[in-house]
Design a protein around this ligand. Structure first.
Ligand SMILES: Cc1ncc(COP(=O)(O)O)c(C=O)c1O
Length: 392
């Protein structure tokens, strides 16, 4: 645990002035469509421990939900219900990340991946993304070639923090490369249902290999339930289940009952969530369009290239390049301290909490992550406060 500290995301929020608007946390701020959806039918919940493998009704509902999305080979034994997808990541890493091995993670990428790898005595190795923030399969496969002792490759699409996607071809290329080398592929798809115009590709569209992660936390707007799940080959999931059992015995029964209710209402909940996503991206278009065309993009490693934001809007993160006119010497964007100092200025002078891109890996220097997930009123006011810092 040496060297591990409070998450940089929580740290930005803790020091904020009292009236700062928080566009930092990656959490949906819209209400559940109805209270009814999460209320168990019977009016009472079985509060026994229940099976380690969770309530069979929930497992069946998740398998049905996955099948309806094209993962037609998934049966109940291919579903591992966990205390949020975070616990699925923890369990899979503990089971498969050998000490001394490399775990390939996106850079920039979700903050938990490197920490979870280090907790196994493995080394997180960041792979670069395309300029759009999308998966660059060739770059990832090349790194895999350079890291022969890799135990796990993690993909995340739609991505936190870039909003980037992975094409079916790119997923297929990475799945093949991992299969050839006997590397576990984990495809974190917790934002997959939050698309504005077109459903993004899933690993399951192209391959039955690897693990796909989903969650109640984003599209179902219920992060506090702490329910997520992994889909994968039953034999491959077996050792991760043992880790999860050792850690939690089983997810909370109350949360499982609520998740079952929400899955049953998916036909209402998910279209409503997608509407919330459209409203939020539309708010950026209306209030601060210059943030979407901030032109100059910086990918770390000293490369400055034109921004080519991914065409499909999915998830609720805006990956924002620092303003052009920040200073005379644009190469200082390489310096993590410049990004962090600018995020602190925005927080303390503009009154908006964003997350410095460096929180997500060294290649995040020169960027900020703005969460569009919260309440629309706060987002609108936050964007008004940010807009003058980027010239139209
Ligand atoms: C990419 C990604 N994966 C996984 C998680 C964990 O989500 P949960 O444990 O709430 O399912 C998050 C949360 O922010 C995330 O952004």
């Amino acid at each position: 645990m040496a060297g591990q500290g409070l998450s940089p995301i929580r740290r930005m929020s803790l020091g904020a002035p009292p009236d700062a608007i928080n566009l930092g946390l990656g959490e949906p701020g819209w209400p559940l469509p109805t209270g009814q959806a999460v209320r168990p039918d019977e009016g009472s919940v079985d509060l026994s421990y229940g099976p380690n493998t969770s309530d069979p009704a929930l497992v069946d509902a998740i398998a049905g939900y996955a099948q309806a999305r094209g993962a037609d080979t998934v049966g109940p034994d291919g579903v591992m219900v966990t205390a949020g997808s975070q616990a699925a990541l923890f369990a899979l890493f503990q089971a498969y990340a050998e000490p001394g091995s490399a775990v390939l993670v996106p850079d920039p990428g979700f903050v938990a991946y490197p920490t979870l790898a280090r907790l196994c005595g493995a080394t997180p190795v960041g792979y670069p993304l395309a300029a759009s923030g999308d998966l660059d399969a060739e770059a990832l496969v090349a790194l895999l070639g350079e890291q022969p002792h890799t135990s796990i490759v993690v993909l995340n699409h739609p991505a936190n923090p870039t909003g980037g996607l992975a094409s079916a071809q790119a997923l297929s290329r990475v799945a093949e490369a991992c299969a050839e080398r006997g590397v576990l592929l984990v495809s974190d798809e917790v934002y997959a249902e939050l698309w504005a115009d077109r459903r993004p590709a899933s690993l399951r569209d192209v391959s039955a290999a690897g693990v796909v992660l989903s969650s109640m936390s984003k599209a179902f707007a219920a992060p506090g339930l702490r329910i997520g799940w992994a889909l994968g080959d039953p034999e491959m999931l077996a050792s991760a289940r043992l880790v999860h059992n050792a850690m939690t015995t089983a997810p909370s029964r109350l949360s499982q009952a609520a998740a079952l209710g929400l899955l049953g209402a998916a036909g209402d909940v998910l279209p409503a969530a997608r509407e919330q996503i459209r409203v939020r991206w539309g708010t950026v278009d209306r209030v601060a369009p210059q943030l979407l065309t901030s032109g100059h993009s910086f990918l770390g490693d000293g490369h400055h290239i034109p921004m080519s934001r991914t065409a499909t809007r999915a998830g609720f993160y805006l990956w924002l390049a620092l303003p052009h006119d920040l200073d005379d010497d644009s190469t200082s964007r390489d310096d993590p301290a410049v990004t962090e100092a600018f995020a602190l200025r925005l927080r303390d002078e503009a009154g908006v909490t964003t997350i410095p891109g460096t929180a997500f890996g060294p290649r995040g220097a020169g960027f900020l992550r703005v969460s569009l997930g919260g309440p629309v009123d706060a987002l609108e006011e936050g964007l008004r406060r940010l807009a003058p810092w980027w010239k139209a």
